[in-house]
Design a protein around this ligand. Structure first.
Ligand SMILES: Nc1ncnc2c1ncn2[C@@H]1O[C@H](COP(=O)(O)OP(=O)(O)OP(=O)(O)O)[C@@H](O)[C@H]1O
Length: 327
């Protein structure tokens, strides 16, 4: 992504180009996690190393027959000692903020259990919300309405994270809007503190399981959706309508560990199967979309991809997505 110009948080020309499909719409970033205190105590060493801003090296010589490290390239890679602020500023800010310009966007965190997905997404969501509100404050010429909803998908069951009612929610097909979630709470936000309160509610409600890899592992996918509608206060004529509406999704995916590695049995194994199947579907959908969306895209194979279909490009012209992959 290019630099953001001057005072503006948004580079409008760039947004227009993205909306017109002239620019890359899927970016993949990798963030390495620093070793935890436990890992340091066990004398573990990191297998991965960033050698430049777009390349990481895998050097686990035990598993490499050739003994040579393998290099992998991504749109951007971040070292273990970089702050979340840096990941946000350099990798995700433009994408999160494209929502105020009327462009749908989605930021996913994908990776193995305990790789730092929730840590990274919490920080990115917080910075994005602060920037969006700062932008709104500086644009008094427009009227903004912000709406927020949040769901988790656990074992292919969808639940409302803003409701104390734990009942599963149904997905319905709307001919205009694609998949919609029946009876989902959508809060109209009063101010940024209201959103902070709702984010705390979501964190408390999210299904937490315990695995042998991470004591507070998230075994569900979480989708936080912020929808922003805006229009100019001044009427510019019906042919010059400036009304904009778009959503940004912050998606913290469940951990993708192998069943054998996590010593999973019973409920944990069932969770792992659902998680891996939905991640596989998401991967297939993203791969097909990145190749130009020819032929059938299997959104319907999991609840995760059904819910994200409008944002991923199933129904919209203006979409922009980021795949953030902590190792
Ligand atoms: N960049 C980082 N710097 C410091 N600590 C980190 C970083 N990333 C993650 N951690 C810590 O590592 C632990 C695991 O992180 P986190 O819970 O975010 O992983 P996760 O990928 O979301 O795991 P799961 O899929 O099981 O929910 C947490 O204690 C978190 O505070």
């Amino acid at each position: 992504m290019g630099a953001i110009g001057g005072e503006e948080l948004i580079n409008w020309e760039k947004m227009q180009e993205m909306g017109n499909g002239k620019e890359e719409k899927i970016l993949v970033l990798v963030r390495l996690r620093p070793l935890s205190e436990n890992e340091i105590t066990r004398n573990e060493v990191a297998d991965w190393e960033c050698i430049n801003p777009t390349t990481i090296l895998y050097r686990n010589s035990l598993q490499e027959r050739s003994g040579l490290p393998t290099a992998y390239s991504f749109d951007r890679v971040f070292r273990g000692d970089c702050a979340t602020r840096e990941v946000y500023e350099e990798g995700t800010k433009d994408i999160a903020l494209s929502v105020v310009g009327g462009i749908n966007s989605t930021i996913f965190a994908y990776g193995q259990t305990s790789s730092g997905k929730t840590y990274t997404m919490n920080g990115i969501t917080e910075y994005a919300v602060a920037d969006i509100y700062d932008y709104i404050q500086r644009h008094e010429e427009r009227a903004f309405v912000l709406k927020f909803s949040a769901v988790e998908i656990y074992n292919e069951v969808v639940r409302d994270l803003l409701s104390t009612d734990n009942a599963p929610l149904r997905l319905l097909d709307d001919p205009e809007r694609g998949t919609i979630i029946e009876k989902l709470t959508e809060e109209t936000l009063r101010d940024r503190n209201h959103l902070k309160e709702l984010l705390s509610t979501c964190a408390a409600q999210r299904q937490i399981g315990e695995t042998s890899l991470n004591e507070t592992s998230s075994r569900s996918h979480q989708i936080l959706r912020l929808t922003i509608e805006s229009s100019a206060h001044e009427f510019l004529g019906k042919d010059n309508s400036t009304a904009l509406a778009a959503s940004v999704n912050f998606v913290d995916l469940a951990g993708s560990e192998r069943a054998s590695q996590a010593l999973s049995v019973g409920q944990r194994l069932k969770e792992g199967c659902h998680i891996n199947r939905s991640l596989l579907t998401l991967g297939t959908v993203i791969r097909k979309l990145s190749k130009g969306r020819h032929g059938h895209v299997n959104y319907r194979d999991s609840k995760l991809t059904r819910i994200l279909q409008p944002a991923l490009g199933g129904q919209c012209k203006n979409c922009h997505n980021l795949y953030l992959e902590p190792f």
